[in-house]
Design a protein around this ligand. Structure first.
Ligand code: 5GP
Ligand code: ZN
Length: 115
């Protein structure tokens, strides 16, 4: 656990978000400032600061982020209509929480390319 990391505190149970899925390695919870009718985050419980810090040993873990995303999207009823997954990396992309997280957004249509 990294000191003063919000998502590490959620992973350890110190802070309790609205949990949608949890297992030994992964936590999914509703975003506090939703940008779509469905907006949740999927995070690994172990601390990885940005996508730039990803190593080959994390490959299986990242796959599990997507498996959890798919599962919760289905439970939220957006799997068939579609949803967007985004992982922002560093400030140019808008990353504000320094523990990797997959955004899953659904329940409306999205433009491409994004602004
Ligand atoms: P980023 O900008 O780093 O890609 O995304 C961070 C996300 O975390 C934002 O969508 C923001 O709304 C969400 N967030 C920030 N603080 C909290 C919090 O305390 N609880 C929850 N559930 N989400 C948070
Ligand atoms: Zn962390």
């Amino acid at each position: 656990m990294a000191d003063d990391c919000l998502f590490c505190k959620m992973a350890s149970g110190e802070i309790k978000p609205d949990i949608l899925y949890e297992d030994d390695e992964i936590l999914a919870f509703s975003d506090i400032n939703p940008q779509a009718p469905v907006h949740f985050l999927v995070v690994p419980k172990r601390h990885i600061t940005t996508l730039n810090d990803l190593e080959a040993e994390h490959a299986n873990l990242v796959g599990k982020l997507y498996l959890a995303a798919k599962r919760v999207a289905d439970e939220k009823g957006v799997a068939q209509g579609g949803y967007r997954t985004v992982m922002n990396c560093n400030t140019d992309a808008g990353q504000t929480v320094w523990h990797i997280h997959l955004h899953v957004l659904g329940g409306r249509t999205f433009t491409w390319p994004p602004g």
